[in-house]
Design a protein around this ligand. Structure first.
Ligand code: 6PG
Length: 240
């Protein structure tokens, strides 16, 4: 796999603008080539900033949002109207505004009986839509190096042979989640890590230095088939 690319931006706002602009360009280019790009979104605060920039920049982008399929790297297993749902945050930040409607997330706690059932349903949707090879998969990174809902030393890391996993006792609330597994995440053509803030700087260092195990720094377990880009702000890049 190719070496990761690293972009360092002054601060979170500049980082969010750069990511949103690059994503819109990639989608427009794919559509100009007659493709229907599949994009993986992530939860978290830097993702929220990126989503708001997508809404701001979208009108000038030429993107046809009926020709984009949206997925989520993970989802929280909470009621469908909960503000903790990644899909609700993305809908409020840009999906509704741009009119994106081909959007898939793991079912909510008032739609299925368990996170396990939600994981199975999401996997079925994945197989049905023939996707999995995301054109671009965005992932936030936790201070502990987690990505999606794959946390250090957590049983969800070892879910081999599956493309989704139910996660309980998540160290980051809420406790119950559904996550794509490494197998699914690594089917992406391009993986973009979105990392802002000094608390993440050691996770970035460990991930880029190949320091320690994947179990210790789950971000180390994910790379794009064609490219991996680390979009960092200066504080997050302070140790590399
Ligand atoms: C989630 C996210 C999670 C997030 C990281 C980074 O559902 O919580 O998918 O993986 O991306 O925790 O979040 P911040 O950017 O807010 O630090």
């Amino acid at each position: 796999r190719p070496q990761p690319l690293i972009e360092v931006h002054d601060d979170a706002d500049a980082l969010a603008t750069a990511v949103a602009g690059e994503l819109l360009n990639r989608i427009a280019d794919a559509q100009a080539a007659g493709q229907v790009p599949h994009i993986g979104l992530t939860g978290g605060s830097i993702a929220e900033a990126v989503h708001r920039e997508i809404a701001r920049l979208a009108p000038e982008s030429g993107v046809d949002w009926g020709g984009v399929v949206i997925w989520f790297g993970d989802e929280r297993f909470v009621p469908s109207d909960s503000p903790d749902r990644n899909i609700n945050q993305a809908r409020a930040a840009f999906l509704e505004e741009v009119g994106a409607f081909r959007v898939h997330s793991a079912p909510a706690a008032d739609e299925v009986a368990s996170a396990e059932e939600s994981a199975a349903s999401y996997a079925d949707a994945f197989r049905a839509e023939g996707s999995g090879d995301f054109d671009v998969l965005m992932l936030g990174v936790g201070p502990d190096g987690h990505v999606a809902s794959l946390f250090p030393g957590h049983p969800g890391l070892d879910a081999t042979g599956a493309i989704t996993v139910a996660v309980h006792d998540s160290p980051k609330p809420p406790p119950d989640r559904v996550s794509l597994t490494f197998e699914a995440l690594n089917r992406a053509q391009s993986v973009w890590f979105l990392v802002s803030g000094e608390p993440k700087s050691d996770a970035v260092r460990r991930a880029l230095a190949d320091d320690g195990s994947i179990a210790e720094t789950p971000a180390r377990g994910v790379a794009g088939k064609a490219e991996t880009i680390w979009f960092l702000d200066r504080p997050a890049a302070s140790l590399i």
